[in-house]
Write a protein that binds this ligand. Structure first.
Ligand SMILES: Cc1ncc(COP(=O)(O)O)c(C=O)c1O
Length: 416
């Protein structure tokens, strides 16, 4: 049977992945959380330093209650896609909260930020249907280190090679060079970037991106449209948790993010002008043909966003920042180097060797600490790191525990 050949191919592929020691499928299974919010794996408690729950909101009593209340009221699932009978008041409330949070006319919730990227990029690049009046004459300009969901969003649009351009990572003069070189060649430009880049915690400068877009807007018949995916930035970065836009004084046409990181819930969303949202509600495939988040999740996300937008949110953000400076001071004192000077909750510790980085995370796991090592091709060769993610939910004592254990394990693995 020829199918056997395919299965044989899969076996070889899995063998290749396992040999390269880049396998991801042997996931650590969390069976619950201890009273002090350590993850229980195989009955043992682990301190988590690799979660995107930057404000600790996933365990917030009011967020969990909002989830339960919405489930009680609407049921566990949406029952249908949005335009059939899957739109509950809780989804509309969530979108209203998101629009207000980002000071935009309207917002839309998606099942994930990945799903939002897939649909939104396609709709701006090409229109989603054959009958759409939105033509396909667009150039996409993307930061070279954009997230996989952006890359796939561009890929599914099935563009010709000449309709895609990449500028050097965070290099805005290079972005302007690309905009200049393509004047007159396309009707419109879609300019897309991550907000926070998750490998090193670097922040895109939305002010500079938007001023490049504004400068060249008149050079293209349908202008330059900006989309910023700030999934790691919102509910974490900027004075009130509005992410890179707030921190760098800029405003994109569409802000896209997840409820599954700093907000501690799940699902994705976009916010922007009403006409854009109207167009996406008519055209975005992952919105129209795929279920929204469950009512419970929408209720939790709505409550989280309201908390971030309150005095309590400000307190959580200042606790996160206090934890960050405590962590940085202690790690520097202990002799660790940083792969980048990040002011975000992502703190990359430079190890510079793949085997040592792996050994360090293995030793730390034995010591009851969860943390992630990153190596090529995710980061440059020789820039192997352990990516530490700090949360407002950490106590200073837990950060001390992390630093002490990391020092001990780094000595054992020949790093310090
Ligand atoms: C920039 C960026 N966009 C999108 C996503 C995906 O978010 P979600 O889990 O909501 O699909 C991530 C998460 O890794 C991300 O870092």
């Amino acid at each position: 049977m020829p199918k056997k050949n395919f299965y044989g191919l899969l076996e070889k592929e899995i063998g290749r992945i396992d040999e390269s020691r880049t396998s991801k499928r042997d996931e650590k299974v969390i069976s619950g959380f201890s009273a002090d919010k350590r993850a229980l794996v195989g009955g043992k408690p682990y301190l988590i330093f690799n979660s995107n729950d930057y404000l600790g909101l996933r365990h917030h009593p009011a967020v969990k209650k909002a989830e339960m209340d919405a489930s009680e009221r609407y049921g566990a699932g949406p029952g249908a896609v949005r335009f059939i009978s899957g739109t509950m008041q809780v989804h509309k409330d969530l979108e209203k909260t998101a629009a207000k949070f980002h000071a935009r006319e309207d917002a839309m919730a998606f099942s994930s930020a990945f799903a939002a990227n897939l649909a939104v990029l396609h709709c701006i690049i090409k229109g989603q249907s054959r009958t759409s009046l939105v033509g396909a004459d667009a150039l996409v300009i993307s930061d070279e280190l954009n997230h996989r969901s952006i890359i796939d969003g561009i890929r599914v649009a099935g563009l010709e090679k000449q309709s895609k351009a990449i500028y050097k990572h965070l290099d805005y003069p290079d972005l302007e060079r690309v905009l200049e070189e393509n004047k007159g060649k396309f009707k419109r430009v879609l300019l897309v970037s991550d907000g926070i880049f998750s490998m090193l915690g670097e922040a895109a400068d939305i002010g500079k991106i938007q001023s490049a877009a504004d400068k060249f807007d008149g050079e293209y018949e349908e202008g330059v449209i900006t989309v910023i995916d700030d999934s790691h930035g919102v509910a974490c970065f900027g004075a009130t948790g509005r992410g890179c836009e707030e921190a760098t004084n800029g405003k994109s046409d569409i802000v896209l993010a997840t409820f599954g990181k700093g907000f501690g819930a799940d699902g994705g969303y976009i916010a922007g002008d009403k006409i854009m949202m109207d167009y996406f509600r008519e055209s975005a495939a992952t919105y129209i043909y795929s279920n929204p988040v469950s009512p419970g999740t929408a209720g939790a996300a709505n409550k989280s966003m309201q908390i971030v937008d309150s005095p309590e949110g400000k307190q959580l953000l200042s606790r996160l920042n206090a934890n960050l400076s405590h962590f940085k001071t202690r790690m520097k004192e202990a002799g660790f180097a940083f792969a980048a000077e990040s002011t975000h909750a992502i703190q990359p510790i430079l190890i510079g060797d793949a085997a040592k980085a792996r050994l360090l995370t293995d030793y730390l796991f034995e010591e009851g600490v969860f943390v992630t090592n990153l190596s090529f091709p995710v980061v440059q060769k020789g820039r192997d790191e352990i990516r530490v993610q700090i949360s407002a939910a950490h106590t200073p004592k837990e950060i001390d525990e992390f630093v002490d254990k990391a020092s001990k394990c780094a000595k054992k693995s020949g790093i310090l």
